[in-house]
Write a protein that binds this ligand. Structure first.
Ligand code: HEC
Length: 104
């Protein structure tokens, strides 16, 4: 009998999971590969008192330059140097263009 009580709870967890998964699929349709790994920190929404600089709506050439300098170590950083090493020039160009096209 116990499992009957669990079913409604399980169903609501599953439907929540599909909403979340559906959202991720839609975001991936428009954003280039890798961009979703940036938005966890560089949120699309403005977060008050955040120490993380906003990059949505910035010039693509600026984002590209930052990423290359973080990657080479020419520009000091806490986390971005490590993150930038995971992306090649083409990926950086695509991600920068996408962020530049997002509302500021
Ligand atoms: C773990 C959180 C985190 C993730 C993930 C992340 N960033 Fe950052 N980003 C930061 C922080 C913190 C800074 C400030 C520099 C530093 O301390 O590393 C920053 C700085 C930047 C800057 C410089 C902006 C400025 O005005 O100084 C750019 C451009 C940038 N990130 C792009 C990206 C891109 C593109 C991605 C995805 C590939 C990304 N970031 C992923 C945390 C993150």
């Amino acid at each position: 009998m116990k499992h009957r009580l669990l079913l409604p709870a399980l169903a609501s967890v599953l439907s929540l999971a599909s909403v979340v998964a559906g959202g991720a699929v839609r975001a991936a349709d428009t954003a280039p590969p890798g961009a979703s790994s940036c938005t966890g920190c560089h949120a699309a929404q403005r977060i008050p008192d955040s120490v993380i600089p906003r990059i949505a709506g910035r010039k693509a050439s600026d984002i590209v330059q930052f990423m290359r300098e973080y990657r080479s170590g020419a520009w000091p950083s806490t986390v971005m140097g490590r993150i930038a090493k995971g992306f090649d020039d083409q990926q950086i160009d695509a991600i920068a263009a996408w962020f530049a096209a997002q509302p500021e």
